[in-house]
Design a protein around this ligand. Structure first.
Ligand code: SF4
Length: 332
């Protein structure tokens, strides 16, 4: 589905701007929607009298508000994500969630015979949360029981999962999960967090497939194995508002010291392989975006562990308890 399959709510944005008296407005898009930004900026400028500034910085989540741009504008419209509970930037930041117009009913019907359990927990990203009730009705008509988990305080909508938060899945008793969306990361995370089967129903290509964590588990096991002899660790902390976990980094450093290891905390905004190239350590431990260690596996100059994998390296956690890292909030 092209970008026309998403709702950028330009009329709503224009009306919010007109009501606000703003003169300078910022726009921030995730990578997948950046190409759309000049056209949206032009529509906003012709529908209002504001000057629009577009953020060119990388953006991967609601954790990643362009704080420098926020300082220079009266309002910032952040596209593609729902708010997190604690970014502390509310007031001037407006989240435009960019809901998908894709029909999910056909792919959910297709998924029905593949579900072997009775009580099914539905999960999705913010792009499809408005379609979960439709999906539930199809499951119930097919004889299943449907549940949608509330999730913790990081989660804006019931059933929503983030790449760093699977609480909407973990909190519900169910036999099996049905994930509506594209991509593998979120369903793999729920599968590892719960130990249960996750069926993926991808409405963009009308395809149903099972999440298979075996390949990612092999990759993670290899990263852990490579770090077993490490003596010097670099603990990464991001300064992005929704990713900064300095206390966790400090706790991990203390843990390393208690195990007779050496550990240093490195802080930076965007964490990339190039950014870390000059730091000579035996292994990195990432407390920034939890997707980083998994998505960029093999691209860093030393193995990059998640905090949970670091605990395995130090013998504080069993290999069987390997899960994806999460940034969780308070449970309601
Ligand atoms: S920390 Fe990573 S996974 Fe979580 S919201 Fe930000 S970009 Fe997404």
């Amino acid at each position: 589905m092209g970008e026309e399959g998403f709702d950028f709510q330009v009329d709503h944005i224009i009306s919010v701007i007109k009501d606000s008296g703003a003169e300078v407005v910022g726009l921030q898009f995730p990578e997948g929607f950046k190409r759309k930004s000049p056209a949206i900026a032009a529509q906003i400028e012709s529908g209002t009298s504001v000057n629009v500034i577009i953020s060119g910085n990388p953006c991967f989540g609601a954790c990643d508000i362009d704080v420098a741009l926020l300082d220079k504008v009266d309002m910032l419209f952040h596209f593609g994500h729902a708010p997190l509970d604690d970014n502390g930037l509310a007031g001037k930041t407006f989240f435009i969630e960019v809901r998908s117009r894709a029909d999910v009913t056909e792919v959910v019907r297709k998924a029905l015979p593949e579900l072997s359990g009775h009580r099914i927990c539905l999960i999705t990203t913010v792009q499809h949360v408005h379609k979960l009730e439709d999906a539930c009705r199809i499951l119930e008509t097919g004889g299943k029981e449907c549940v949608i988990g509330r999730g913790d305080s990081k989660i804006a909508y019931p059933g929503q999962v983030l790449g760093c938060n699977f609480s909407a899945g973990r909190g519900e008793e169910c036999d099996e999960y049905l994930y509506i969306g594209s991509g593998e990361f979120h369903p793999l995370g729920v599968s590892l967090a719960t130990g249960k089967n996750v069926l993926i129903a991808d409405p963009f290509v009308n395809e149903v497939r099972h999440a298979d964590p075996s390949r990612v588990l092999r990759q993670r096991s290899a990263v852990i194995a490579k770090s077993l002899d490490a003596k010097v660790f670099g603990i990464i902390v991001s300064s992005k508002p929704g990713q900064e976990r300095m206390q966790l980094a400090q706790d991990l450093k203390d843990l390393a010291v208690r195990h007779g290891m050496s550990a240093h905390i490195f802080t930076m905004d965007l964490v990339t392989p190039d950014q870390l190239l000059q730091f000579r350590v035996d292994a990195f431990v990432n407390t920034a975006c939890p997707r980083l260690a998994v998505d960029e596996v093999g691209r860093f100059s030393a193995p990059m562990l998640t905090p949970q994998e670091f605990e395995i390296v130090l013998g504080e956690r069993s290999w069987e308890a390997l899960v994806f890292d999460e940034i969780t909030g308070d449970c309601p």
